[in-house]
Design a protein around this ligand. Structure first.
Ligand code: GLU
Length: 315
């Protein structure tokens, strides 16, 4: 007789910053949400440093220190993508074994020009190199063009379920798996990593909603489990543009200099999410009981110096 069924291993949520500079309050708000979603659903919360591409020295360590300062503790070791290159290679090999990978010799410019072709979704790769003959490929290689590897996609769209956006159907094209310089592409790495780390809940900024159909489709081709998504509204500046560091004092370090310490910033983030009254002292743990995904603000968070408590005109 089999024993009582073991409960399924709890899944995980994650925050996956690119270490290209300090996190700003918009990034920190997304991190807080990812932490709240994970912790209120019994999941582990993981942090992954996405350093395949742009990594600035010291940036990952400062990002981790900022998460800690806000009380967003994570489980297990922090994973860094640069330590995991064989995993990405293995995934590409698996796709190649199914005949789903081809070399692409197009330059960015050629793609931009060809992407205005009448077929396919706007901005999608038009398939220029998809059906090159072996002779054409050999000629391009001989010309010294480094080839990227692309997925031979079998669908034009894919649908994901998003806790915020609902069912979202978006374009899938022959996305890049490995860039011409040999670096694994973001879309591939994120899918491989999430599955490898047991992530089944992806909470991130809604600028990535349009990438999710490509990623979910790729996961399906790789035989990896589906993840649940929650793409959350971004922080914007008073002009409605996505918040950036040039918008002023928007990092923990900047705000600390102006006398707004991490607890006050956590309070501001909580208030922006309707989880606290303005100025109310809060702790990350104290927010868990208040968090209700259904009550998430649907609109972007407009960040002004005033909102940050840094005084008008200073941020
Ligand atoms: N590394 C990406 C970023 O910082 C996030 C990727 C993800 O959450 O899937 O924008």
């Amino acid at each position: 007789m089999p024993g009582p069924a073991t409960p399924p291993a709890p899944g995980a949520g994650r925050f996956a910053p690119t270490p290209s500079g300090d996190l700003h309050v918009g990034n920190l708000r997304t991190a807080l949400l990812a932490w709240l979603f994970a912790r209120t659903t019994g999941r582990r919360f993981l942090v992954r440093i996405e350093d395949l591409d742009r990594a600035r020295a010291g940036s990952a360590d400062r990002q981790l220190a900022d998460l800690r300062a806000l009380g967003l503790e994570w489980d297990g070791p922090v994973v860094r993508q640069r330590d995991r290159l064989p995993l990405y290679d293995a995934a590409i090999d698996r796709l190649a074994g199914q005949g789903l990978v081809y070399e692409c010799f197009c330059s960015r410019r050629e793609i931009a020009e060809a992407a205005s072709a009448p077929h396919g979704p706007p901005g999608a790769y038009p398939g220029t190199c998809r059906d090159l003959t072996p002779e054409q490929r050999a000629a391009r290689r001989a010309a010294g063009r480094p080839a990227a590897l692309r997925l031979r996609a079998g669908v034009e769209t894919w649908t994901v379920h998003d806790l915020v956006a609902g069912d979202h159907t978006g374009p899938v094209d022959d996305l890049v798996l490995r860039r011409g310089d040999g670096t694994a592409a973001y879309n591939l790495a994120v899918v491989v990593d999430d599955a490898d780390q047991g992530v089944d809940q992806v909470v991130r900024g809604d600028d990535l909603l349009s990438s999710s159909p490509r990623q979910a489709y790729l996961a399906r081709l790789l035989g990896l489990p589906e993840v649940g998504y929650a793409h959350v509204p971004l922080a914007v500046n008073p002009h409605g543009a996505r918040l950036a560091k040039r918008d002023g004092a928007v990092t923990l370090a900047d705000l600390a200099v102006r006398g707004v310490g991490p607890p006050a910033v956590l309070g501001v983030l909580a208030a922006s999410l309707g989880l606290a009254a303005p100025g109310e002292p809060v702790t990350s743990a104290g927010l868990l009981a208040r968090f209700d995904p259904a009550a998430l603000p649907a609109r972007p968070w407009v960040v002004t110096a005033d909102v940050l408590g840094a005084g008008p005109g200073q941020a």
